[in-house]
Design a protein around this ligand. Structure first.
Ligand code: HEC
Ligand code: HEC
Ligand code: HEC
Length: 133
């Protein structure tokens, strides 16, 4: 009896595992965005943008692609107007970070600006002075 019960549990677990992996494959299309944050380093080092966080806010890809952002990291940074003035005028991140759809770009600077220290931490670069002669 005990053995038979064990067999049922085993079969049940196999079914659950199969179901879960199928669900994962089917859900993959939605998750096809960069899993690691994108870090801007121009003109200033460094500004963080996290897809995961933004998607979790319920935003569609359409709300950012291809306007105001191309689906290619490094594109905005090539533009001379990728700066705070443009954000304040409602371009780039300022499309939403206007104090209505999301916190305004002229507030909470350090939520976006992680600085050189934050950049080094994320990239795993050793602290300055470490290992120097
Ligand atoms: C809130 C804004 C926002 C949303 C929503 C968003 N993205 Fe992005 N995405 C960006 C930004 C910003 C970049 C970087 C663009 C740049 O550097 O010019 C980017 C870049 C990308 C890239 C290029 C990554 C690389 O390494 O070149 C891909 C792929 C991408 N997004 C896919 C998606 C998909 C798929 C969705 C929807 C599930 C999505 N994005 C939703 C803002 C967004
Ligand atoms: C399509 C709208 C949209 C765009 C474009 C957008 N964001 Fe956001 N962002 C949001 C929303 C919504 C939130 C969550 C609400 C809030 O925090 O006010 C958010 C929150 C954030 C946060 C807070 C994360 C935290 O941990 O609290 C950061 C940082 C951020 N955005 C950076 C950026 C940067 C950098 C850009 C441009 C590269 C950008 N966002 C573009 C909608 C947007
Ligand atoms: C919603 C995200 C966000 C917030 C909030 C934000 N910034 Fe920025 N900032 C950016 C982005 C994106 C860039 C351009 C990319 C880069 O320089 O790495 C930038 C660039 C800059 C630059 C260089 C370009 C320029 O305009 O001179 C300065 C200086 C700057 N920010 C200062 C600030 C200060 C001060 C605050 C707070 C009052 C602030 N930022 C808040 C996203 C943000």
């Amino acid at each position: 009896m005990l053995r038979k019960g064990f067999l049922y549990i085993l079969m049940g677990s196999v079914a659950v595992v199969m179901f879960l992996s199928t669900a994962q494959v089917m859900g993959q299309e939605d998750e096809d965005y960069p899993q690691e944050p994108i870090i801007f380093t121009k003109p200033v080092k460094a500004v963080i943008f996290d897809h995961k966080y933004h998607i979790e806010q319920g935003l569609d890809c359409d709300s950012c692609h291809d306007d105001p952002f191309e689906m290619a990291a490094g594109t905005a940074e090539q533009n001379d107007d990728f700066n705070m003035k443009s954000l304040y005028e409602g371009k780039y991140c300022g499309t939403c970070h206007d104090g209505e759809s999301a916190f305004a770009a002229n507030t909470r600077c350090t939520l976006c600006h992680i600085g050189v220290k934050g950049y080094n931490r994320l990239m795993g670069t050793p602290e300055k002075g470490h290992g120097e002669h």
